[in-house]
Design a protein around this ligand. Sequence first.
Ligand code: SAJ
Length: 415
Amino acid sequence: MNTIERVAVIGLGYIGLPTAAILAGNGVSVVGVDVNSKTVESVNRGEVPFVEPDLASYVAGAVSQQKLKAATETPRTEAYIVAVPTPFNPDRTADVSYIEAAARGIAPQLRGGELIILESTSPPGTTQHLGEYIIGLRPDLSLDGANGKQSIHVAHCPERVLPGRIMIELVTNDRIVGGLTPEAAELAKALYAVFCQGEILVTDAATAEMAKLVENSYRDVNIAFANELSVISDKLGINVWELIKLANHHPRVNILQPGPGVGGHCIAVDPWFIVAAAPDEAKLIRQARDTNDAKPEWVIEKVTERIAGKDDATVAVLGLAFKANIDDLRESPAVAITEMLGRKHGSAEILVVEPHVESLPRQLAGATNIRLGELDASLEAADVVLLLVDHDQFKEIDPGVLDGKSVVDTRGLWQ
Ligand code: SAJ
């Protein structure tokens, strides 16, 4: 039974803001904390700074009912949910500096008895590190009540929602909660039960951390298999989409879809945390990363073949997001491919169609031969059409429009 009435969510990004909104929608008083004052202002106006289905109405409702507000300073409260980024360093180890910065905000507010939940995807041992880091700042407290000191309760509860379905999956997915102590896990479980209708499974913090990394690595390895099949099939003159469809009729085969590479901030990152933790053992996991990371170069080769010496060709690039029907360009192979294409084919004109953005991202904005185009006009002007994202808008393209054009379809939309 949850007794926590006031929560601060640190980091109002793709996970923190939906979590804050759904807690607030279920009666908890939530303060969302973010270092970006623009994000804070927009949330306080009841607006959402990025596209995610249904999130806007949750945020607007929670703000108007005064259950959700945003601030740049961490308040004194009963529970803290840390949902800040964990990018990787140049050597592909995890950068936990945002977690430590969140801890520095939380530490002075503690009086003992608070629950602190780390949601950020983290290498094994990070929750323990967070707990010890806070105790380092507050030696008057403890993690387990030892030496008669007041304890704080620290747990890890990895998020596993799929961008594009976040508001549904926050409610319906099962969750894993790993505590530094059994009591911390039980407190966290009770808090998530406020909105989570899935099963809430309790374990220790390191297993919970590893479970999240393993889920995303599992998907990465399976996508790598599909991407490798697409390269093999191309060499053998076989239609990979038909091949996979046929093989998937087997009752125990379920091959994923090839694409232009793997993007987003999770699947392309998390496997490296396992590789960093066990470099000599994580061979398949590392190879899957390398296979998926090599796919953009292969796509560029395919476009180069289609341009076939026509240096001033017009290439329509359809999609920049890292996957369909979202506006998230983070770690998007489509952005990397477009940038490399622009550099490799300096005399070609590259028209980018991305219905979810209003301007080109920083990496592309400086290129003189890359500009944002409108769908119909770009298709009409194109010698080569490169489909990188299977947005719904592109599914409606009349295939007749593509007659006479060279098409590189990395998502199997027109196969
Ligand atoms: N992709 C393919 N082929 C496929 C499936 C995906 O090429 O068959 C590509 C996508 O185009 C995209 C990338 O993989 O570039 C990742 O997309 P995704 O839909 O597989 O995953 P994410 O990154 O949006 O969300 C994942 C999810 N993890 C799993 O499905 C195991 C989500 O549940 C996690 O919460 C999320 O990572 C996260 O935050 O870790």
